[in-house]
Design a protein around this ligand. Sequence first.
Ligand code: NAD
Length: 260
Amino acid sequence: MEIKGAVALITGAGSGIGRATAQRLSRDGASVAVNDIDEQSARETVRLIERGGGRATPIPADVANDGDVRRMIFGARERFGRLDIVVNNAGVVEAGDTQRVVFPELAPERWMRTLDINVRGVLLGTQHAVDAMREQGGGVIINISSMAGIGTGSHPAPVYAASKAAVVRFSAALAPLARRMNIRVNCICPDWVDTPMVHRTRSEMSPEEWQAMAPAVMTQPEEIAEAVVRIINDDSLAGRVMLCVGPKPWPLAEPSKRTS
Ligand SMILES: NC(=O)c1ccc[n+]([C@@H]2O[C@H](COP(=O)([O-])OP(=O)(O)OC[C@H]3O[C@@H](n4cnc5c(N)ncnc54)[C@H](O)[C@@H]3O)[C@@H](O)[C@H]2O)c1
């Protein structure tokens, strides 16, 4: 797909990976609908894009809310006339007062909010985007998961890890939409990325704790934006999961055989 002239919607684009992706797609010639639950930060991303000569509109919405997501998709189409690319990026780590309070100490309404944003938000964003895209003959949906959602090891934020695993399986399971509707759904799994989310996590750790889990090299949000562009540009990719570890180009996991 050509990014130049396309219309893209990025959720959680008021910060970090979402903002970098919105700016990159704009630089590559897309008109960008900038979603965030925090209206001010969405407006700031729009300001940055417009300052660079791009076209963008803020769409404040909570991705966990069905009505909000419908309005978000409608708003993007109304503003720019169509919708070609959706990046379901909004996500949170365990939503306690502090990231040190996680499952099982975290109260159910707190971890449910994490699931609502990270899983329900991606499923709603995908479903309503599919409705819009099938009418116009196709599109590309990219869901932002995490390396936390890959594998069978332990993780310090269990609900976050479970939510991201759900995003991986959901995205891969939708591979057949490419054939049925010309809609390619894919997934990106970043490792540590230098964003406010990671800065918050780090601020709650001692230097020793951070040292023990810090990556040798921190990925920059612009590198994830580059991965988004790679997936958009490659029409052969559907139901694929990009693992953002090791040297680039980052590998795409081989689709496994269907199991029960
Ligand atoms: N930073 C990392 O190391 C890392 C690693 C792997 C995966 N990820 C994933 O990348 C995505 C972006 O993370 P980031 O690091 O840029 O985080 P960030 O905290 O910098 O940005 C996330 C944005 O999402 C918005 N948001 C939160 N809840 C929302 C909601 N309900 N509706 C709409 N917007 C909402 C926030 O206001 C914020 O602007 C997340 O899904 C995250 O899980 C990040």
